[in-house]
Design a protein around this ligand. Structure first.
Ligand code: IYR
Length: 228
């Protein structure tokens, strides 16, 4: 390593048995996470959202530039505006018939087991929408000009940590990506330098919430890992 300012780094000491137990317990809790599309309108404390965003903000990022902004929407008017704009895009995506859909047959076929369509009532029902923006420029000082690096990767990692924290706090989430998402910049009053990445919808599942059975199929370790 080249000379640079540094501080000590330590983690709590523990046995391998403790490490394994903690990995198992965390994994087991995370295995109950689902993408939820049915939300109750029950309010959820803002403090949970703040903690989740701070967790996301601690994610690794290119050159530690932290190229993200979280626009947190709870206003009914703003939620409605997002729903109306998102549903207009989704209507074009799904089309009124297979010939008019912006999505191709293969994409629509891949979505069949999820049962999704252009209706997005959860954008109004859920108490919080976290609209995540990726900053192409800004650097650690948020100066709006310094180049950022690995922006998509960094923002994806941050979103994963937000979702994980919300799940640990007992909240359901949906990572929602209406396409295209340009309308979010205007509604959330964000600058042109930022690109909408996704909406993290969060709240409590409605009493009759379901998830597609398809969502329970997870690839086994042997399929997703190789050991060299
Ligand atoms: N944005 C659309 C379509 C959609 C696309 C994918 I890939 C999904 O995993 C789920 C939905 C929608 O939200 O319906």
């Amino acid at each position: 390593m080249k000379p640079h300012e540094s501080v000590p780094y330590t983690l709590p000491d523990m046995s391998d048995a403790d490490r394994i137990a903690r990995a198992r317990a965390f994994r087991s809790d995370l295995s109950r996470r689902r993408s939820c599309r049915y939300f109750s309108d029950a309010p959820v404390p803002r403090e949970i959202i703040e903690q989740a965003i701070l967790a996301g903000g601690s994610a690794p990022s290119g050159a530690n530039h932290q190229p993200w902004h979280f626009a947190v929407v709870s206003s009914p008017d703003k939620k409605r505006a997002i729903r109306v704009a998102a549903e207009a895009e989704e209507a074009a995506f799904y089309g009124s018939d297979a010939n008019s859909a912006r999505a191709g047959d293969e994409w629509l076929g891949a979505l069949d087991p999820l049962g999704t369509d252009a209706e997005k009532p959860f954008l109004e029902t859920a108490p919080w929408l976290i609209v995540v923006f990726a900053q192409r420029r800004g650097g650690i000082k948020d100066d709006g000009t310094t180049q950022n690096y690995y922006v998509n990767e960094s923002v994806g990692l941050a979103c994963g940590m937000v979702i994980t924290t919300l799940h640990r706090a007992g909240l359901a989430t949906l990572t929602h990506t209406p396409s295209p998402m340009g309308f979010l910049r205007e509604i959330c009053e964000r600058p042109a330098i930022e690109k909408p990445a996704m909406i993290i919808v969060t709240g409590i599942p409605s009493a009759n919430a379901t998830v597609p059975a398809h969502a329970l199929i997870k690839k086994p370790l042997s399929q997703i890992a190789s050991w060299l």
